[in-house]
Design a protein around this ligand. Structure first.
Ligand SMILES: [Fe+2]
Ligand SMILES: [Fe+2]
Length: 225
């Protein structure tokens, strides 16, 4: 699966579409409740991150000219990308000390855990949307050079996955955390860092430049968040 999702419209098959939308809405509510167990000063709030990423995905799809249907399908398929986090103890995310390799592995398992939730809850359904959502859930931390969570490389990553990997990383770097020090986390600052310090080893740069152009257009017209 590599193409942009333009061959199905969940609104045209409401029996399946409603089940899928209800599943995602319910999981997002669960992610929110889960997040409430974390310290109140946590800056990286999982469900808020997911909302912003899904919105940015939708805007990028429209900016590239992929059309409303792709933008809508990508929005919904991206929203639940981190739901697997709720299967892990809430205490593992906000440690001040450097995470051990074991802790990193545990955090990373949220991709597989998310896919397990999908299987468990929607296993009676077969639909290309579910394949898309699962692809994004499993692979959104992969990198073009194979240095991501599971070591898949560029050719094995679908376009939807490549785009979510970009927008998801951008959102993480926009939220200040202690180890960032005085790093520039403004919109242009993060985009420059992604282009110059990360680049094609990590991201699909053609998609990155489309995303960056969408963000900078909004920034230059006054949207600073
Ligand atoms: Fe993630
Ligand atoms: Fe994420």
């Amino acid at each position: 699966m590599n193409a942009w999702p333009d061959e199905f419209d969940l609104r045209e098959t409401p029996d399946i579409g409603e089940k899928i939308h209800a599943f995602i809405t319910d999981e997002m509510a669960k992610l929110k409740t889960y997040g409430e167990q974390r310290p109140s000063d946590s800056k990286y709030i999982f469900h808020e991150h997911a909302d912003r990423v899904a919105q940015n995905i939708k805007k990028t799809c429209l900016h590239i000219g992929l059309g409303d249907l792709v933008a809508e399908n990508m929005y919904w398929a991206t929203l639940p990308h981190d739901i697997g986090k709720r299967k892990l103890p809430a205490t593992i995310w906000d440690r001040v000390e450097q995470p051990t390799d074991e802790l990193k592995q545990r955090r990373r398992s949220h991709t597989d855990l998310g896919a397990e939730i999908v299987k468990e809850k929607l296993n009676d359904l077969a639909h290309p949307f579910i394949d898309l959502m699962t692809d994004i859930m499993l692979n959104h931390h992969e990198q073009m050079d194979g240095g991501g969570y599971q070591g898949l490389s560029g050719a094995q990553l679908s376009k939807p996955v490549r785009l979510v990997a970009i927008v998801e990383a951008y959102d993480g770097w926009r939220i200040w955390r202690p180890h960032y020090g005085d790093r520039d986390i403004s919109i242009p600052g993060v985009l420059t860092r992604m282009r110059e310090e990360k680049g094609p080893d990590i991201f699909d740069m053609e998609l990155f430049e489309s995303f960056a152009e969408m963000k900078m257009n909004a920034y230059n017209s006054g949207l600073k968040e």
